[in-house]
Structures are given as structure tokens and as C-alpha cells.
Design a binder for this molecule. Structure first.
Ligand code: 5GP
Ligand code: MG
Length: 483
């Protein structure tokens, strides 16, 4: 037996061991790609899966590739190897000269010369590709191609078994239910493999704001100890925001451990953007939409004044001065999202020294459950084509509302689009939208006054105050206390 054949046999033995062991699916996939890269003596190996629309491929488990390379994003199927969906192996001898390569420069910086790519098929259907990357120019032999096809089959077994197990665990009536929108393939492969209902609720919230998510898309090796690795698999990846989100709502006791892993991930993968959503943050996030344990919180009235009326007025005057200067001669349209913004808008308008139009729009808010998506309930009446829009907001929290509103306004072809918000609750940001004018940065507290309400109350306060409330689970759930 040749040395290579021996190596393949050993690698396949290790893979079979891994598949039959008590580790998570992502850990299994990670071990598969690592063993494959080693047996073939190549720089790296990556398993990429198709999204639900079969338009893009995501790195799902990989070994030996830099974070920068993995983060180059997804591959567009259309622009990529025509062979991907043709179900056959494809070899690229030299990435520098092959027109089928989408990230030529990056691949060269990564010192990749040749690529072998084989389809990953589940019961005959292509669900992704498995690729190996060689530093040197390499023509892969028939035996090597066959080995990689076998690894692809093993990966398919891991993916398929996850799907099977989940299907078995679901009550029969739930089986036919459509999955959430949008549904990347990874979440279809493991439908609702959510470890905790709060993760499902979070996924629904993201769906509502049409933010694409992938559940547990990949595992990071934090450190290697001999053969075993310490792995960390963040709960969500939001491709459009290039953000991983780890939720610590599962068991409060695990929080310290998760904090440590997140810290370690930041050390080992400094370019990775990860946000930890603690139980408390999460409950507050949901309470904002009238859900979760804090939703029925009992009000005890207004707490400490955060921004006094003169403070607010002074800052609004300053903002108006800046805006008047910047928009000189451009006759902007100020657009506000109802209802919280009406006080700020009214004052801001009156302090402007340039002519400006004003209009409002209203959008729906997350009401829990699935199937619904955020929509514009009242649209701007003024024609926005070719106009200079200044979107005015009362407060930017997660940024999900704002990013939706911005994409809605962009579609109207304005000449320019900028954002002015009175309050910026930056610590809670998920969608990192750019803010051009900010009145105040505020702490992660529920605020009322100056247009902001709690169940429609307190909008008339001339100042911004913290809400004072006691948590109580027995109270009936508030439906919605947003404006
Ligand atoms: P985002 O989509 O940025 O998470 O949410 C922004 C919207 O949530 C704001 O327009 C506002 O209606 C509401 N919001 C966020 N934080 C607060 C707060 O502290 N108090 C009140 N009353 N509403 C808030
Ligand atoms: Mg608002």
C-alpha cells in the first residue's frame, strides 16, 4: 500500500470515529475538514453550503484558511464555478489565471494556487461543495479526487443525520409547517435545532426585520490540545451585518464560561465581530416589543430625569444649527418615523434656518410569532426622487428599525440620505447603521418622555427620564408599548 493510501485509510478511520462520537455536528464537520486537509497535504479545506435560494455559498466548517479569507464573504453561485451545481469535481490549476475565481487577489494573498472542489450531495441533491486549497500548483490524481468525494459523503451524512433527528423530535403536526423566512440552507438542514426557545424567538425577531440569519453556522477552534480542540460555535451569524451573536439565555450558570469563550474568540480571531446577548439584555429587548418576562412589568412611574428640558432644548438647537449649515441651499425633506419622534421633529424644525419640507411615515412593530415581516403602514406622501432626505429618529436602539427604514427610503432614489437621531442607545446596537447627527448617547435603560412612551403614557414630558418599574411575572402581558 502506498504511503498516501495508508494516510487516506487512517484519515477515514479518524473521520468514522468522529462521526460515531458524542460531539456536536459542527465539531464533526470541523474534524472532517481538518483530517481531509492533512491527508491530502494541502493548505486548507472548507465545506461551503448553499443558502435556501441556492444563490450563495457560505463557509460552514473550514481548516487552514485565514479569517480574512473566510470573511471575504459568500460565493455567488452564478459568478462562481459553473460546475458547482453540475455535480462534478472541478479542478482549478491556477487561481491567478482562472477566470472562474471570484476573489482572485485574496486567494493569491492567501497563497493558494490550486483548488479541487467536489459537490456535497444529500440523496442526489447538491447542497454545497467541499474544497481543498493547495499552496503549490497541483493536479489532483483520480485517487485524491475519490478520497475527497468520500469525505463529502461523510459530511453529507452529518448534515442529513441532524435533519433526520430533528424531524423525528418534532410533533407530527409541526412537520409540514413552513420554516421561517428567510431560510438559509443551514437552518433548513437543521430545522429549528434551537437549543432554547429564546433563540427561536430571537430568530423570529430577525425575520421580522428581514435580517438574514444562520443558526450555528460554524465552529471556531479556540485552541488545540493534541488531537482534541476547544471549540466554540456562536448561536447566530447575520451575514448582512457580518456579525456573530451568542446568547447566554440558556442557563445563567453557563454565562461565565461563555464570557470566557467569547473573550478567547476575540483573542484568537480578532477580526471576528461577535456580540454577546446576555439574559438581561435579551429580556429587555423582548420587553420592548411587549414580550418576555419583563413585558408585564409594573410601572411605578417615572424615575430619574436623564436629560432635563433645558438640556434637551440646548442640544436640539445645536443640531439644528449644524444641519442648517450642512444643508444650505439643498432644501432637505425631513422624514420622521412615528410616533415617538414628533416632539423632537417639531422642535428641530423650528430651530432650522434653512427651508425644509417635513413628512412622516409609520411602520409595524414586532408582535411575536412568525410569518409577519416589518412593513410600512403609512408611507411618506412627498415625492422623494432626487431630494435630500434627512431621516429624523427619536432613538436608535438595535438599529433594526432604522436599517429597514433606510432601505425603504433608498429605494425612492433620493439625491442623498442622512440620519439624525436625538438619542443613541449604542450599547444595544445589532445593525451597525451610520448616524450622521446624534443628540445624546444614552445608557441601556428604558426611557420615556419628550415623545417616548410607555404604553402610550409619558410622551408629553418635556424631559427624558428613566422608567421606574418592578418586574413581575404575574402581571398580564402588555401587548405593545411602542409608539
Ligand atoms: P430599534 O429598531 O433601533 O431597536 O428600535 C427603535 C425604536 O424602539 C425606537 O424608534 C423607539 O420607538 C423604540 N425604543 C427603543 N428604545 C426605547 C426606549 O428606551 N424607550 C421607548 N419609549 N422606546 C424605545
Ligand atoms: Mg421610532
Amino acid at each position: 500500500m502506498s504511503k498516501q493510501t495508508l494516510g487516506f485509510n487512517r484519515a477515514l478511520g479518524d473521520m468514522a470515529d468522529a462521526l460515531n462520537s458524542d460531539i456536536t455536528d459542527s465539531e464533526k464537520l470541523h474534524l472532517l475538514v481538518r483530517a481531509a486537509a492533512r491527508a491530502l497535504g494541502v493548505r486548507g479545506c472548507s465545506l461551503m453550503l448553499l443558502d435556501a435560494q441556492r444563490r450563495r455559498l457560505f463557509h460552514t466548517a473550514s481548516h487552514g484558511l485565514s479569517e480574512r479569507y473566510l470573511r471575504k464573504g459568500f460565493l455567488e453561485v452564478e459568478k462562481s464555478l459553473t460546475g458547482i451545481l453540475d455535480e462534478r469535481p472541478v479542478t482549478i490549476l491556477d487561481v491567478a489565471t482562472d477566470p472562474r475565481i471570484q476573489f482572485q487577489e485574496l486567494a493569491q494573498q492567501e497563497r493558494i494556487t490550486s483548488i479541487l472542489s467536489v459537490p456535497v450531495k444529500i440523496k442526489g441533491e447538491v447542497v454545497g461543495i467541499l474544497r481543498v486549497y493547495s499552496r503549490t500548483r497541483r493536479e489532483f490524481t483520480a485517487a485524491e479526487v475519490q478520497f475527497l468525494i468520500t469525505v463529502a459523503n461523510l459530511a453529507a451524512i452529518v448534515l442529513e443525520s441532524g435533519r433526520f433527528e430533528e424531524a423525528e423530535r418534532q410533533p407530527p403536526e409541526a412537520k409540514g409547517e413552513p420554516s421561517f423566512h428567510p431560510t438559509p440552507l443551514t437552518s433548513q438542514l437543521n430545522p429549528a435545532t434551537f437549543a432554547h426557545p429564546s433563540e427561536e424567538e430571537f430568530a423570529r425577531l430577525l425575520d421580522f426585520y428581514q435580517i438574514e440569519w444562520i443558526y450555528e453556522p460554524r465552529s471556531f477552534a479556540l485552541q488545540w490540545e493534541g488531537k482534541a480542540a476547544e471549540m466554540f460555535t456562536p448561536d447566530f451569524y447575520l451575514p448582512a451585518l457580518d456579525l456573530y451573536v451568542e446568547m447566554t439565555t440558556l442557563k445563567p450558570g453557563l454565562t461565565t464560561e461563555k464570557n470566557r469563550k467569547v473573550r478567547r474568540l476575540r483573542e484568537t480571531h480578532p477580526e471576528v465581530n461577535i456580540k454577546l446577548l446576555a439574559r438581561r439584555d435579551y429580556d429587555r429587548l423582548l420587553a420592548k416589543y411587549g414580550h418576555g418576562p419583563l413585558a408585564g412589568a409594573k410601572t411605578h412611574g417615572v424615575g430619574r430625569v436623564l436629560l432635563s428640558a433645558p438640556q434637551v432644548q440646548k442640544r436640539v438647537r445645536q443640531l439644528a444649527k449644524e444641519i442648517s449649515h450642512d444643508y444650505e441651499g439643498r432644501h432637505p425633506v425631513l422624514v420622521g418615523v412615528l410616533r415617538g419622534v414628533f416632539c423632537f421633529m417639531a422642535d428641530l424644525m423650528r430651530y432650522l434656518t434653512v427651508p425644509a419640507d417635513v413628512d412622516f411615515m409609520a411602520i409595524s412593530y414586532y408582535g411575536g410569532g412568525s410569518g409577519k415581516a416589518v412593513r410600512v403602514t403609512t408611507d411618506v406622501g412627498i415625492s422623494l426622487e432626487g431630494r435630500h432626505i434627512l431621516l429624523v429618529e427619536d432613538i436608535v436602539d438595535t438599529g433594526m428599525t432604522l436599517s429597514f427604514v433606510l432601505s425603504h427610503l433608498k429605494a425612492r432614489n433620493p439625491a442623498s440620505l442622512q440620519v439624525c437621531t436625538l438619542l443613541d442607545k449604542r450599547v444595544r446596537r445589532l445593525a451597525d447603521v451610520h448616524l450622521d447627527y446624534v443628540g445624546f448617547e444614552v445608557p441601556d435603560e428604558f426611557l420615556v418622555g419628550y415623545g417616548l412612551d410607555y404604553q402610550e403614557e409619558y410622551r408629553n414630558l418635556p424631559f427624558v427620564a428613566l422608567m421606574e418599574r418592578k418586574s413581575s411575572n404575574k402581571e398580564p402581558q402588555a401587548k405593545n408599548y411602542l409608539g
